[in-house]
Structure formats: C-alpha cells, structure tokens
Design a protein around this ligand. Sequence first.
Ligand code: KG4
Ligand code: ZN
Length: 351
Amino acid sequence: MTDAPLVLGIETSCDETGVGLVRGTTLLADAVASSVDEHERFGGVVPEVASRAHLEAMVPTLERACAVAGVRLDDVDAIAVTAGPGLAGALLVGDAAAKALALALGKPLYGVNHLAAHVAVDQLEHGALPEPSLALLVSGGHSSLLLVPDVTADVRPLGQTLDDAAGEAFDKVARVLGLPFPGGPHIDRVAREGARDAIDFPRGLSGPRESAPDAEHRFDFSFSGLKTAVARWVEERERAGAQVPVADVAASFQEAVVDVLTAKAVRAAREHGVRDVVLGGGVAANSRLRVVAEERCAAAGLRLRVPRPGLCTDNGAMVAALGAELVARGRLPSSLDHPADSAMPVTQVLA
Ligand code: KG4
Ligand code: ZN
C-alpha cells in the first residue's frame, strides 16, 4: 500500500478537532484536540466555544499529525473534510481550512458526510467493509441505523432517534445522578457495580405494536421517555428522603439503552439480509453495548465489527479513511465552493 495516495482528513463537526492521515487503508496519524473540558461547566457542548477552540487547534493539530506520520503537507495527494452534518460554525472552521489547503497545494478536495465517515473508519482496523453492511451509529449527536451497500455512494437510513441521541441520554442521566460531563464513560464505570435488573426502565418504541413489521418507527429510537423516567425515579427517592442507589440506576438505565439499540440493529440486519454489523460513534465505546452486541450478533449468525474506542469517537482518521476510499474508487472530488451543511442528509456521502 506504500504507493496508494496519501489522504489528509479534517474533522470539526462537534467538539473534537481531528486531523488524520491515511494511505490506502493504513492509518499513519490520528491527531485529536478536544474542547470537552471547556464545555463541562455548561453540561453540554456550546457551539461558539467549540468553533473558537477549532480555530485555535487547527494548525497545531495539522502539524502534529504530519509530525507523527513523518510527512509534509506537500506529500498529501487528496484532502477530505467533514462537510456535515454538525454544528454550523464548527464545520465552517474545518471546511475553510480544508479548502485553503486544497487550493494552496493544488490537490482535490472531498467534502464528506460525517456519518459515512463513522462507518468507513472501521476499514482501518478490520479491512475492506463488507457490502452491504448494517451500521449502528450512536453518539452525543446521532443515533442511526444505516443500510450501507456502498459507503462511498449508497447509504440508506433505516431509522434514527426521534428525540435525544443515545449519548445525549447518557449525558443527561449522568447529570441527574451527579456524575461529570460527558456522562457516558462515568455511567459505564459506575454501572459495573450495579444490578442491571434493579429497575425496569421503559424501552422506547419497542412494544409489540411499535415492533410490528409494518410499524412506522420500528427501526427508530426514542430516549427522552427513558431519560424522564430515570429523573422521576430519582426525584421520588430523594423526596422520600431515601438514598439513591446510583450504581443500580446507572446499570438499569444503561441496560435499557443497550437492549433497544442491539435488538433493533439485529432485527434490521436480519430483515435486510445483511451479515455484517458495524458499530460507531462515542457510545460504541460503552462496555455493556459491546458485550451485548457481540452476544446478540453471534446468536443471530451475524458478524460484528467494532473499531477501537479512539476511532469510534469523532476523529480525523475517519474522514481520511472515507476520503481514501473515495479516491480508490475514482469518485469525483467536491467543488471548492461546496457549502458546509449542518443538516447534510445521511444519503449524501459527498458534498
Ligand atoms: O462520537 P462522540 O465523541 O461525539 C459526538 O457526539 O459526535 O460521542 C460522544 C458521546 C457522549 O455523549 C458520551 O457521553 C458518549 O459518547 N460516550 C459514552 C461512552 N463513552 C463516550 N456513552 C456510553 N458509554 C461510554 N463508555
Ligand atoms: Zn460523530
């Protein structure tokens, strides 16, 4: 793969400034600067703070990626950047940087979809993505089930969240339990000491009627009812002057999320005749999700692919991975005046 094109990937859709360098399907560098600490006291990502942090981190992160890979910007053959979806101001920083580099270096530019990039990144670890694959993407910003016949050109949404994203639910429940932001890793940790069946929290859009073959939302998710149920349960305990069993609440909440995500992913794969399931997004780092997904996929005769946690959360390597695949398949680059699109539809891989 030493003669494959060298692709630079830039990601700035949320609070991570990511710069990745990929040659073919080989990862050479994955530099990430996160502004998560600056958002902690607000309990969520503040768009303006994220945009400013991207601006400050862009050049140092680019330099760090090149140093790690032992390459110079002149060596880059193509540039890929997240064109959407994401926070508008944050996307603009990465998109403008990528356009400036493409123009200055005279190299093709690929403005790519963030969700397709979350799927493509798995190629860096587990080799060529089987076609079709079924992707379950769960993060602070998205929860989607995708049928992926071709990650460079054909991505079809089967379902998504109707309200909170899965990671958002983790973050909000963590807050109710007095755990720091972002809450997902803390719930994951605390839940290990708790009983998963201590409290029977609701499984959104998973009743017999909502799961019927013709039900409109059978592959969609809803986590706001679960989040409210947890908050109410905790409030009642506190009002009664009783101690809140934090580990049990965390474990029972986590189980409800994991149960719904894995059940729907397995059902979607089977119904669409897909053998390979890919997990992505920050919540894919969840230890219980990884275990249950593995168990349920194995029981259903499906193969599961999960990138390591650092490649599941937002990063530049995923953008470079998709860019490299677009180059390998001879797809035409984006125009230099393509817009950063905060609402870029999942069906659009390339801007
Ligand atoms: O993909 P990501 O880094 O950023 C976007 O939101 O796009 O995902 C961050 C989300 C946060 O909501 C965080 O709480 C969640 O992923 N997360 C986890 C875990 N690690 C990160 N959720 C559950 N369990 C984890 N171990
Ligand atoms: Zn993401």
